[in-house]
Design a binder for this molecule. Sequence first.
Ligand code: UD1
Ligand code: CA
Length: 475
Amino acid sequence: MSDDNGRDSSLVAIVLAAGKGTRMKSNRAKMLHTLCGVPMVNYAVSAINSLLPDRLMVVVGHQADEVRAALPENCEPVLQKTQLGTGDAVRGALENVGDGEGTLLVVNGDGPIISDRTLEELVERHRAADVGATVLAAELPDPSGLGRVEEDAGVVRIVEERDATESERANNLVNLGLYAFELSEIRWALGELSSENEQGELYLTDALEIIGKKSRAVTYHLKDLEEANLVNDQAQLARAEEILRRRILDAHMKEGVTVRDPVSTHIEATVEIGRDTVVLPGTFLRGYTKVGSDCVIGPSSDLMDTTVGDGALVEHSVGRGARIGSNASVGPYAYLRPGTVLEEGSKVGAYCEVKNTTVGKGSKVPHLSYMGDARIGEGVNIGAGTITANYDGVNKSETEIGDGAFTGVNTNLIAPVEIGAGAYLGAGSVVNKNIPAGKMAVGAPARVIRDAPGKVSDEEDKMPNNGRPRSETEG
Ligand code: UD1
Ligand code: CA
């Protein structure tokens, strides 16, 4: 049943994502709450996409614009203006589909752990059984809040908890909100729904009984109960996220990443890490962060949308949209803001903040500095407490520091200003005019007094192991 692109031409899928999610007690639509950095609705969408359906529609409604914006490209949003129930949501989406035959897969958007395997099996079983409808069910120790499923000789009846009698509630076989229907059957059944229930809604679940009476409906039982972690409130959100978080860690460990303390390590679904990198406790790697191999990240580091080259060290530090070169060293207690580029083997040390600044190859900003809007060349040494005064209250200005320059402690660089290659600034200089290459300047405002002294080296601060970072065990 697949077409030229390998798509399943007789499979149409709908994700239900229009509800508010009242039980989340949140101003944000439930579908926008994230698990490991990814909005909830995207989990269902990507699981279904592995089945290569002919169409994949996502019913949006509550905060429709925001939910639409969060969706990946390979699905079609369909608007449900008023949330009149799951039956109404499916009916609206089906208006976009012609009246052909085929299988309809319906997936509630609030089951982020549901796997593509399970969806595939549901569809396969449904087709093999040659029935009008199949619902995914599971027997749960705690069925509360979910619809209860009764099955009897090809008729499936689902009763919502709030509409259930006491004896119906005692049944712990629940509806997981995943269904396969024959298109012709569901089209017809949706027209037969009534809203005579406690919520006054059109329940998709009622379609099962309607179809069953005509052409048989059956249940398919979930195999891995972990997937039954549906999200209706914040506690369930945390439980589902915990499962996904551990899976992400396991996947990285399988690929050769060392995670010292999985309990306190948070890596989002979108992150990449190379082998032999060690991630130390209390570390968050988020967004489009990409870490090379042989790095040591952490303890207690938080990198968002940051790339890290091979062999780099990031300790007790925060990165936001930064690029950390190979064998560079960051921290402890550094804050790298967007536009920071640390070239190979450079260093930003304790209590430094860097923004929109390039730190050239092998250059060092070791202590207590703020570098904003600066281009720092290669082999530069920035003295403790050197600050770029890049903002005069109105404009941001740039600072250029040439290769091999040296700034003494507590230097203030009043931008825009250029420090020539090999220039040397005495401690406490306040530099408001360009300093020519190779000159030494001191004072406030700094004035040139003579040629700069010869090349300043500081051997002891060289990184051991040929520029490789110190190992995680070193004090
Ligand atoms: C639903 C099922 C219940 C099942 C449970 C599993 C119904 C009537 N009940 O209950 O049997 O055990 O899911 O999670 O279907 N939605 C829309 N438009 C609407 C209403 C809902 O798109 O008008 C979406 C929601 O965003 C959500 C899904 O449909 O993703 C389910 O809605 P929800 O209100 O969470 O249904 P439950 O009460 O959990
Ligand atoms: Ca639900």
